[in-house]
Ligand binder design. Sequence first.
Ligand code: HEC
Length: 212
Amino acid sequence: MNDKKQQSGWEKFIQSMTKANELGKEEDIMMDHDYDGIKELDNVLPPWWTAGFIITIIISVFYYTQVFFNSEHYLQENEYNNEVAQAQEEIEAYKLANPELFKTDVSLLTDDASLAEGKKVFGTYCVACHMADGGGGIGPNLTDDKWILGGGMEKIYHTVSEGGRPGKGMVAWKASLSAEQRQQVSSYLITLQGTTAANPKAPEGDITWSKQ
Ligand code: HEC
């Protein structure tokens, strides 16, 4: 017991937090059982650990009351709904701020300037597969009245925006062309319908549509 007096404050603190049994006095807490020579000491739970355990219990009560009685904010379902509502607001604001990206008017353009723009887009992005005169190559003939995915401004705009059937090669151009460009190129493409291509591909598709 004499050495106890010489303990520093830190050592006392460690001792109070661990309640470790002094070395050399194991017999005091040795338990009776003996498994093939392996014995067990009946150590107390270290107070630091017990304190941590109690703190988690206190936190769990707080957490429980927040989740069930402050459900406006912390119930998963409400949290989800609140976030969705907020995202919806942000989407609306984004749509308002970027009207050109969310143009829903896909009416046929007939003015020369728009058709000239459409021709430019067609010449840049589409001729590789559809040919300059729309006669078709990798992609189908766009001058005949047979359509795989549907003719008419609305359907064509949709095909140009969303692409063709998976694996066919016609990509969704909304990723690289603005709504206006898609409207222009679709309108231009409609001017090709009914013309005679130099080297037309045989008609494909079961849908019949022509301008007239
Ligand atoms: C890599 C080749 C490729 C390019 C580039 C391409 N297309 Fe296509 N296009 C296709 C193929 C293949 C199809 C047939 C899709 C299917 O069968 O689902 C198609 C189909 C279409 C159709 C539907 C035709 C129908 O019969 O319903 C339209 C309209 C069209 N393309 C317009 C365009 C426009 C406009 C562009 C340029 C912005 C373009 N394509 C660029 C390959 C291409």
